[in-house]
Ligand binder design. Structure first.
Ligand code: GLP
Length: 241
């Protein structure tokens, strides 16, 4: 686990974008795993800027998303599909057929999970998985539990996740109670992982992830045994390590 602490949020975003750009320059056929949340927005903004300046291209790259709420149409403003399209995908040159976003409105969610996992395998796995982290240490929507879930699966969201994510909805009642998430195994199979976190609300999760025992109570703690993980932090998120 390589931990880098930057001066501020903007520097974290530049560093995250630089790691992704380096991957794309090395391998134009890179398979990316893309998260949502407020943390990656700056990284996406910088990647768009690099694309517009001709530094990088996504023409041969492909992407899978990390998670999605169950019950939201892809064009619902709070769906992760909508988020990724409006904050990133639609501003660069991915080919539509190279984008696979897990569907939260699939008729059979469990079948969608199995098929999604298969499609990731068929694509040769994720080359670079970008991650944020929840205040409770979740990655994707892998909530604190007694075990680590291996593959893409249906999740019952934790009460603190519903509360934390309610800031994007009119009220807490509107936050979906379930989601589909890549499993911890899916994430750990990625060749490289880049996790970004900023702000004091993430400091305890970062401490548990970097310094705590590997424990499913902090799902991100398993990243300690991934062979290629880079953690990008601002001083507030790094305050307890
Ligand atoms: C959601 C997502 C996570 C994300 C987390 C933190 O719960 N499922 O993938 O890491 O929020 O979001 P933020 O970056 O807005 O703090």
């Amino acid at each position: 686990m390589t931990i880098q602490v930057f001066e501020n949020e903007e520097q974290v975003a530049l560093a995250g974008a630089a790691l992704i750009a380096a991957e794309l320059l090395q391998d134009p056929y890179t398979v990316l795993g893309l998260p949502t949340g407020s943390t990656p927005i700056g990284i996406y903004r910088e990647l768009i800027r690099m694309f517009e300046n001709g530094v990088i291209s996504f023409a041969e790259a492909s992407a899978f998303n990390l998670d999605e709420y169950i019950g939201l149409e892809p064009d619902h403003e709070q769906s992760y599909s909508y988020f990724l399209h409006s904050n990133f995908i639609d501003h660069v040159n991915f080919r539509a057929e190279n984008i696979r976003l897990v569907q939260g409105i699939a008729v059979n969610a469990n079948e969608e999970c199995e098929q999604y996992e298969q499609e990731i395998t068929d694509a040769g796995g994720i080359d670079l998985q970008l991650l944020g982290i929840g205040r409770n240490g979740h990655i994707g929507f892998n909530e604190p539990a007694a075990w680590f879930e291996k593959t893409t699966h249906v999740v019952d969201l934790a009460a603190d996740t519903i509360a934390a994510n309610s800031r994007f909805f009119a009220n807490e009642d509107e936050v979906p109670r379930q989601a589909i998430s890549m499993g911890i195994g899916t994430i750990m199979d990625a060749e490289k992982i880049v996790l970004a976190a900023t702000g004091s609300s993430k400091a305890e999760a970062i401490r548990a992830m970097c310094k705590g025992r590997i424990d499913p109570a902090c799902q991100a703690s398993i990243l300690q045994i991934h062979p290629n993980v880079t953690i990008l932090l601002d001083p507030a998120a790094a305050a307890l390590i």
